[in-house]
Ligand binder design. Sequence first.
Ligand SMILES: [Zn+2]
Length: 156
Amino acid sequence: MIFRLGVRALSLNFGFKMRKEYLAAKDQLTSLIRQARVSAGSAGREIAGLIVDNGFYLDFIRCKNASRRSGSFSFVEKEVQSVVVAVERLGREVVGTFHSHPSSTAEPGDSDIEHAPDDSLMLIIDCTAGKTALWRVKGGRARPVKLKQLVLRSRS
Ligand SMILES: [Zn+2]
């Protein structure tokens, strides 16, 4: 899975404090899997986006996939920059990226690791199994990170 992030985006400061485990809203993960499957069904296209730590759990902001080829993705540098600026204005932090694998497991490929900002999180969506996996990419290696699903209930 090819992942290209602009040079300037790569120089983003990802110097956040890594946690032992992360939380994510179950509804949001389910929705991402659904979106990824729809996209995979359309010529095997991947979806991609940014991961934001809101101080409590991880939020996922879908971005445009500029790659027209199946099984690959690339970010639009301007879009990434504007999301980062908006997120920081809210006092939150972009801590990584996510993308989908239309027909392979939720493990990062060599290219995924090579193009990821160093010391960032990477969520991969396995469209076939309908699962997600979270990784920490650092020093050219990816290690699994625990992601707990959180059920958020709206107030009635
Ligand atoms: Zn990939």
